[in-house]
Design a binder for this molecule. Sequence first.
Ligand code: V47
Length: 420
Amino acid sequence: MTLLEKRTKINTNSELFTEELANSSHELNFAAQKILNQERLSYEEGCKLIRTQEIFALGHLANYVRERKAYELAIKKGFDISTAQKRMKQVWWNTNLHLNPTNICIGSCDFCSFARKPNQEGAYTMSIPEAIDRVVLARAEGATEVHIVGGLNPKCLIEYYGDLIKAIKQEVPDIHVKAFTAVEIDFFQQFARNNNGQKLTYEEIFDALIAAGLDSMPGGGAEIFSRQVRDEMCPDKIDASLWVQIHQIAHSKGLKTNATMLAGIGEEPEERVEHLDILRKAQDESLAKFNSGFQTFIPLSCHYEGNDLLERGVKPLTGFDQLKNIAVSRIMLDNFDNIKAYWIQLGEKMAQIALSFGANDLDGTVKAERITFAAGARKRSLAENTLIDLIEGASLEAIERDTIYNPIELSKHKIANANN
Ligand code: V47
């Protein structure tokens, strides 16, 4: 019996298309064959995918991978076949608040329009009570997650953030705190000292933050791992190996984390595949060693207001590029359960189309996004019903989730609204 014959059939149109492609002379037949055989695509094969203009074929392949992943995850979790079949149609979203407590940053990332120097106009730092008010309000409106990231501000270190998280958990104990990029963790570590004046290790930083109430980590700060692009765009930023190391320390502590890739900052398409390859290896290691790992990959698209990247000749991503980034990441990252179409950066309509190109998550209501807004995004929040309509408009089923991908049947705020 060949591998192809042994494979569980999921009987969808995308599977049928993949089988036809595998048996054809189409330029992507190699990918279809490997996907059907559940074999991993190599870096070189990923490069062929990212360079293809065969967008429909790529989309079908990625959609098939998304469906099969959902099916297999459901079976692995002990659900029956009919539930697994339903899961193939489901797309996740959540009710979340983005909280950016400070935009003061000593970093110098050329693409960032959010950061301000301490005395620059528009520089801000929230007091803890001000930040708490925002979280309390968001919770009352149904948020189940607060996503906290900020600038590298020497006045906002582990003491400030430890107090902030503790206060959040005191006021709103049931909200999930997803906070701090690896870049911020590294920044805290540079300044943190114990009572004897000795530097804290990354492990100790995580222990302190987890004790304060940290629940998981977002995926920011990864940008593009390529050394050449980093040297040009964000030379001071931690490199790929330290970014990965910090996430793996988080995994060793049992935290789930996410991973991003910021495209459209002057990288070659092959450097995006290299980025995926690094993440795939890191995830293999984490899953083998720890009871945790990356949950979700989020391909980001650079925005250009307030930075000079376009003047410097950087080419913005096209719609094709954005869809290819979603599809190729879905195909290459075979050990990631979720691919997020971040509507803030893709726009609602492109994010909806991305759901047919391998994405299974739209992120959430977001409420008060500032980083992409500073760079020209025009919407920083979506109503729950709009998210649901986008998903249903793609003939998929919208499922509200918590941060660690448990479905939320009927959240408390909805019960409250229904009772009013
Ligand atoms: O780390 C900076 C990027 C990231 C720009 O983990 C820019 O669930 C576009 O990480 N244009 C923050 N992007 C966003 C982020 C994120 C978003 C949604 C979900 C999750 C998650 C994480 O935004 C930064 C940086 O890579 N960024 N400047 C810009 N001009």
